[in-house]
Design a protein around this ligand. Structure first.
Ligand code: TXA
Ligand code: MG
Length: 377
């Protein structure tokens, strides 16, 4: 299958730009599109064949439900029933935006779309291209993240092409996804409501509307523990994983730096290629303690924005941002994880970015990517 790559400028778009994409979706075909969180792989949410095609294209297990994307709050009642008042309170505050709600599924939505569940995940994205696409197609769009199953989610059309070219009908290129991590998922079919996946909308923000909301146990887990079962089926699979083995070190600044420096030196001596996921705060320490010669090696223009990657002979340093700037860390994380694969890195060492805010979402993804390899030093 030939995958059409269609560039659309969100600041200057017309119905004509969406004509082919809308037609493809109406025919049950697949169109990847940008959202403010990550790119989505879209199909008609009412069409079970389209959902089956999504699973096949991603290589995704079919018990892992899709998120249905809508453009107006009124569409909620076409997809869900027994909608609690809390849903409208959350929708009013956080939609359009990076929050997904789990509600009771209406029979209009085929079980193929919801991975066999009697509940349905619904989100109204804020990205203008995503909303316009939903409107032009005249359909709710079922869309998981537009990556091959198990790989980091995609925040750029070129990454979608890397994973899915030849397997889907079209990719709409609308530039980089601003947030870079998937939406916060809130389960409203239980009381108190539970956060099944942390995201840009933090627990503190949600508590302003639902004071008793809590994290699902699986979200907070820090170690590999098979007895804690994730309620969002997708959270149980190997996820976001780069090919290289990722380890996270947690502790005081100097302890983390010396541990990473000693691990990197050891692996390089053994002949491996090694990556560091570094903050700007610690960057100069890695460079000086590893004795790296930065002259002339400074930053290469890559998929990640300029100056984010420092490449040495057997070491690459991905600079994820300042430790206090969680929004930047979130936006760069998946891109950097993909970059280590491009560079055939065998081992990756990361700092820990825990906090009550966006740090929860960052660590949730990083821990999964690391297969829960985290060490306190
Ligand atoms: O930001 C996002 O949410 C992106 C963009 C494209 O909207 N989408 C996304 O989809 O991340 P996906 O398929 O990668 O993740 C959906 C998650 C999975 O972990 C899935 O198990 C969970 O949502 N989910 C979907 N429906 C559910 C349901 N009815 N009950 C519990 N979890 C559900
Ligand atoms: Mg995903």
């Amino acid at each position: 299958m030939n995958t059409i790559l269609k560039k659309i400028d969100a600041d200057n778009m017309t119905s004509e730009d969406f004509a082919e994409a809308a037609k493809l979706l109406q025919e049950g075909k697949l169109v990847a599109f940008p959202t403010e969180t990550v790119y989505g792989l879209g199909g008609d949410a009412y069409d079970k064949t389209a959902s089956a095609r999504i699973y096949a294209a991603k290589g995704r297990p079919s018990d892992n439900p899709l998120i249905v994307h809508i453009a107006e709050i009124e569409e909620l009642k076409n997809l869900a029933e027994d909608i609690p008042a809390e849903a409208y309170l959350l929708a009013e505050k956080f939609w359009p935006g990076p929050m997904t709600m789990i509600l009771k599924r209406k029979d209009t939505v085929p079980k193929e779309t919801t991975g066999g569940l009697d509940t349905v995940a619904i989100r109204m994205p804020s990205h203008p291209i995503a909303r316009r696409l939903i409107k032009e197609a005249g359909l709710p769009i079922a869309a998981p993240s537009a990556n091959a199953s198990g790989r980091p989610s995609t925040t750029k059309a070129e990454h979608v092409m890397e994973d899915l070219a030849g397997r889907i009908d079209m990719v709409i290129d609308g530039g980089s996804s601003e947030i870079g991590l998937e939406s916060t998922i809130v389960d409203l079919t239980v009381k108190p409501a539970l956060i099944l996946r942390p995201g840009y909308i933090t627990i503190g923000m949600l508590q302003e509307v639902l004071p008793d909301i809590e994290y699902d146990k699986a979200v907070l887990k820090r170690v590999k523990d098979e007895t804690i079962v994730a309620k969002a089926p997708g959270m149980k699979y190997r996820h976001y994983a780069p090919k290289g083995q990722l380890t996270i070190y947690e502790g005081e600044r100097t302890a983390v730096i010396s541990k990473i420096v000693s691990e990197v030196s050891k692996k390089v001596n053994e002949g491996s290629r090694v990556g560091i996921l570094a903050s700007t705060d610690y960057l100069n320490n890695y460079i000086s303690e590893l004795g790296l010669d930065i002259v002339g090696k400074n930053a290469r223009n890559s998929n990640v924005s300029e100056n984010d990657i420092l490449e040495f002979e057997n070491i690459i340093i991905g600079v994820v941002g300042a430790r206090s700037d969680e929004a930047t860390i979130a936006a760069r994380l998946f891109d950097l994880l993909r970059e280590y694969d491009t560079k055939n890195i065998d081992y990756i060492y990361a700092e820990c970015f825990a906090s009550e805010n966006l740090g929860q979402a960052i660590m949730n993804r990083l821990l999964k990517a690391a297969g829960y390899h985290i060490e306190t030093v």
